[in-house]
Design a protein around this ligand. Structure first.
Ligand code: PEP
Ligand code: MG
Length: 329
């Protein structure tokens, strides 16, 4: 089966009745990149830029970052590369930037840290923009957004960096420096109810189911003692995901999913059923998700989703999914 799954790489990712799903990659380490284009994906849906930051003993310089980012933009061109700004804090400390907190997951994480350190944030955005000169596939994604002001402030910084770089490279309004699309992660539950407040400030949304699950269920995603409670198939999380998909449709904003759920067979089916058309996942999940999408049709998707949303527990949802997946072989 494994071979059969991999030989479908050149085939379109669509259901039996023709619903097309875009598959994108989650990446973080540049060493991963060499063979990834063989997977025939539609670009990178999540580049976790904090990984190269964590692998060093000091902040990478602007030039070092330009080199890293250029490599990724080139590799996947002409497909988009969604670069997420530094998402440290929580479970991802930087060895050279001490953060000691009682509740790191509720603390100084992601955009909160970078907005407090404009010198780090601006350098990173400048590096992304410099890397994108002469290319047009850069998209910038903001992590851990909780309110509209954070989006405004970040957008101001992106604009400032854009003008600086445009001036330095004497390009600006001409086609060699494109304004990158700007997106926001939906991973703090508050954002579910703020989509309308930020929709006109951004070009796209990306749902981070890992943190959304953690924050909705109030379960530390890395704490073994409560690992049994951490479950993205919790009906409450599924209802939230369904609501996000619906709201984004109403607001006419592209939305994708880049949390681990998108790379799981059951998760991908549920998300496709909800109407998500772009799923971003780790490289090793691409082949099997393509295979599964190609073997279902919408009626089946709708049935699975309805049953899952009516379930009383994550266990019940998992049972339903296992049953359906067994039918597919
Ligand atoms: C997420 O929270 O779902 C996500 C994609 O980001 P990370 O796992 O890097 O926090
Ligand atoms: Mg996250």
């Amino acid at each position: 089966l494994r071979e059969k799954v991999a030989t479908a790489r050149h085939l379109p990712v669509e259901t039996l009745d023709g619903i097309h799903i875009q598959l994108q990659l989650n990446v973080g380490m540049s060493i991963e990149h060499d063979w990834l284009t063989e997977l025939n994906v539609q670009g990178v849906g999540l580049y976790r830029t904090e990984i190269p930051f964590m692998m060093r003993e000091r902040l990478p310089t602007e030039d070092e970052q330009v080199e890293l980012y250029t490599q990724v933009l080139d590799q996947f061109s002409p497909h988009p590369v969604v670069m997420r700004t530094l998402d440290v804090g929580g479970d991802k400390p930087l060895p050279y930037l001490p953060m000691k907190e009682e509740n790191p997951f509720l603390g100084w994480r992601g955009i909160r840290m970078t907005l407090d350190h404009p010198e780090i944030f601006l350098v990173q955005i400048r590096a992304m923009l410099r890397a994108s000169v002469g290319r047009n596939n850069l998209r910038i994604l903001l992590p851990m957004i909780t309110n509209a002001e954070e989006v405004d402030e970040s957008a101001r910084m992106v604009k400032q960096a854009y003008h600086e770089v445009a001036e330095e490279y004497q390009c600006g309004v001409d086609e060699s420096l494109f304004q990158p699309q700007l997106g926001v992660m939906i991973e703090v539950p508050a954002m579910i109810y703020q989509l309308h407040a930020v929709a006109d400030k951004v070009d796209f949304f990306s749902v981070g189911t890992n943190d959304l699950t953690q924050y909705m269920l109030a379960v530390d995603r890395n704490n073994q003692r409560v690992a049994g409670l951490y479950d993205a198939y919790h009906p409450a999380v599924l209802h939230a995901l369904q609501q996000i998909a619906e709201r984004c449709r109403e607001l006419n904003k592209p939305v994708s999913v880049c949390g681990e759920l998108a790379g799981e067979p059951g998760g991908a089916l549920l998300l496709a059923a909800m109407g998500y058309r772009t799923l971003s996942m780790n490289s090793y999940n691409i082949d099997r998700i393509r295979w599964i999408i190609r073997h279902v049709e919408s009626q089946q998707l709708e049935r699975i989703l309805a049953a899952a949303l009516a379930s009383r527990s994550p266990q019940q949802v998992r049972q339903i999914i296992t049953m359906e997946l067994e039918k597919l072989g």
